[in-house]
Design a protein around this ligand. Structure first.
Ligand SMILES: Nc1ncnc2c1ncn2[C@@H]1O[C@H](COP(=O)(O)OP(=O)(O)OP(=O)(O)O)[C@@H](O)[C@H]1O
Length: 269
């Protein structure tokens, strides 16, 4: 049975759904996203695709309130996690970031910190108390598909791992605080094909438990890992918007818009 089939047959999670409504974004005066609506279903993988500069990363950063860290940045619209606006009054930033984790393009473990401590490093920040840290570390490393490779050297520094292992360590670190959503910004772009495969397997295994939103430039990867796909485009200095979103097979095999067909078939971008 393929991983994809496994994902689809696994009972659907009902928590961890993200819904973006009318999301626009600016850097200074410049509008870079225009009224993006997207439903990211619980326990599914949503891929964001589109040419460079169309606003995919900006949109992803809006989903866990990282966009507001840039001084010139502003936004409009709503992002709801399980029906609650993550930008609503009284919502705590640390709580939003705990529930909606992020894995970046370049693996960024703490290089001199041990593998073990890397995994548990987010707990303090989130104010989480864990009765059995050893069990949590093992569970997170297993879920990230790294346990078998590192269980004999948990005290070794995170920086001593290969790039692909470091990225899986970052995934394990994100999982330690029990997020409902994991955002991934081109998580394989710095990795070789074997490590890429391994991360894709990990995504397939996690998908039933965690809602995943992944930005990727790799069309094959989008097809391999995602259930839903959203095609972003910024045409001739206009802000980025979604041209088309839907089941990944439809977007790739029966796109409704000719621009989507051109992009997924490699005719531009
Ligand atoms: N910190 C920033 N300050 C000003 N403009 C920015 C900033 N970050 C991104 N932009 C601009 O916002 C637009 C969208 O960028 P974004 O990185 O979201 O696109 P992207 O689709 O993720 O691109 P890529 O695929 O190349 O990563 C681009 O025009 C970019 O130049």
């Amino acid at each position: 049975m393929s991983e994809k089939t496994l994902t689809l047959e696994t009972p659907h999670r009902t928590a961890g759904g993200l819904v973006a409504t009318g999301v626009s974004a600016w850097f200074g005066e410049r509008k870079v996203l225009d009224r993006v609506d997207l439903v990211m279903e619980p326990g599914r993988v949503t891929a964001l695709i589109g040419p460079s500069g169309c606003g995919k990363s900006t949109f992803l950063r809006i989903l866990n309130r990282m966009h507001e860290m840039i001084p010139t940045a502003s936004l409009a619209g709503e992002v709801a996690l399980d029906g609650e606006d993550i930008y609503g009054p009284g919502r705590r930033l640390t709580e939003v970031r705990r529930r909606i984790g992020m894995v970046f393009q370049k693996p960024n473990p703490f290089p001199t910190m041990s593998i073990y401590d890397n995994v548990t490093s987010g707990l303090k920040l989130s104010g989480m108390r864990v009765p059995d840290k050893d069990a949590l570390v093992e569970q997170c490393l297993r879920r990230a598909g790294l346990w078998n490779e590192v269980n004999k050297r948990l005290k070794a520094p995170g920086g001593a791992l290969s790039g692909g292992q470091q990225q899986r360590l970052c995934i394990a670190r994100s999982l330690a605080v029990s997020p409902e959503v994991l955002l991934m910004d081109e998580p394989c772009s710095a990795l070789d094909p074997t490590s890429t495969r391994r991360i894709e397997e990990t995504i397939g295994e996690l998908a039933a438990e965690v809602t995943i939103v992944i930005v990727t430039h790799n069309m094959q990867q989008a097809q391999r890992v995602s259930d839903t796909c959203a095609f972003f485009l910024a045409e001739q200095d206009t802000p980025g918007h979604i041209v088309e979103a839907g089941p990944t097979t439809d977007v790739f095999e029966r796109p409704a818009d000719p621009r989507t067909a051109d992009y997924v078939n490699g005719r531009f971008g």
